[in-house]
Design a protein around this ligand. Sequence first.
Ligand SMILES: Nc1nc2c(ncn2[C@@H]2O[C@H](COP(=O)(O)OP(=O)(O)OP(=O)(O)O)[C@@H](O)[C@H]2O)c(=O)[nH]1
Ligand SMILES: [Mg+2]
Length: 464
Amino acid sequence: MKRIMELSADYSRQTICAVATAFGAAGIAVVRVSGADAIRVVDSLFRGKHPLCEVPTHTAHYGTISTPASDGSGQNVLDEVVCTVFRAPHSFTGEDTVEISCHGSLFVQQELVRLLIDAGARMADKGEFTKRAFLNGRIDLAQAEAVADLIAASSAAEKDVALSQLRGGVSGKIAELREQLLTFTSLLELELDFADHEELEFADRSQLTALLNSAAQTISSLIATFQAGNAIKQGVQVAIVGAPNAGKSTLLNALLGDERAIVSDIRGTTRDTIEDTMIIGGVPVRLTDTAGIQSTEDIIEQKGIERSRQAIRKAHIVIELLDSTDPQPVLSADDLNPRQVLLRVLNKVDLQSSNLSIFQSSDLIRISAKLGDIQPLLSRLESEVSRLTAHTDSVLISNARHYEALCRAQTALERVNEGLQAALSGELLALDLHDALDALGEITGEVSSQEVLNTIFERFCIGK
Ligand SMILES: Nc1nc2c(ncn2[C@@H]2O[C@H](COP(=O)(O)OP(=O)(O)OP(=O)(O)O)[C@@H](O)[C@H]2O)c(=O)[nH]1
Ligand SMILES: [Mg+2]
């Protein structure tokens, strides 16, 4: 682990460029150039009213991107563009940056990048603009991760969580926690300074315990938000399981309003899991249709059923579908853990015969997937999704890396607490305290390693 200042010092300061808009032809495309030489590099290609090196920051300039014609007969114009200039440190990366808006032809985009590279820039790595923003202290690591989450957001709730993290929600909470722990440390150090005078007790134990409890409380309430945060970010996982022919694929199609999966009256039609996403109450819900569960000698079917079991294990909500004409439960009590929700759904109620008294029980949800009569199930899904993602805290932990670091901080604080009870020396308490502070520092990137940074920025696209 290295302090981030050292990492910044290692970091190459070359000027980078990349197309920042999505790959493909479009109305316009934006090519970003950032680094100490960004303005000079673009100026070598730009012909406008003024050279960009003379214009004020945060201004946009119309002109052309041109290169000298090879036969010396004037200029070859590649495109008409608008260049927006941001001068350091007032740019996203904290460096001089030029954003070139060109016409969105793939040829123009690629040719522009090639000319920029010829003029001295190099192609940006994945997420390198955001990495530079982090290394230049414009944003912290939790905020940099929020940029990736925001780009990937596919629902309103996911966007809200990412935006709040980008705007410093998580970072603010971590700063608050670190402050509490630093107060604790300084009280402890005061004691260490006067270790020769055991009779002096600056940091009275009850005050230390109260401070520690308060920090531990903040950490555990943040940890508790992870279930909701993670469900919002990754989507609520719903597995549709049941015996062959129960109507699982018909139900998937009815929920999606699309003929996503093949339906037939042949048992074992679905052999592999089929996934798709719908939005319920602003939250992405990842539906998995599975192969019908039954005992079988067929090797391929067995593999399919193993995948059905995997889908059950990772689901927040399991829909066990029963065919009302031949109800065959497939789940036993120990298939689910206590945190998973089981919805038992009776399908094909349009065909229901009269001898179904055992299935009149009130916890059965009755639907006809084929007729699209699924409202009772949708209502239950809505309330379960809203329960799983309910939160009262303004800050949600949605990132597994943050969750893991918070758990480590919590364990370290538990050790401090035990040490306090056992009247351990301040020196020993301080060791565990530093473990907690380091774990928290990893979230915002005060403490980090090149490896961690690479893993994080690998997830980004080029140009972000
Ligand atoms: N009458 C009626 N038929 C249904 C209903 N839902 C599904 N079916 C029929 O039941 C048969 C099996 O449907 P599927 O959706 O393929 O069943 P499945 O559970 O996916 O089956 P496997 O993939 O083989 O495990 C098809 O003929 C469907 O048209 C329903 O609500 N009512
Ligand atoms: Mg099927």
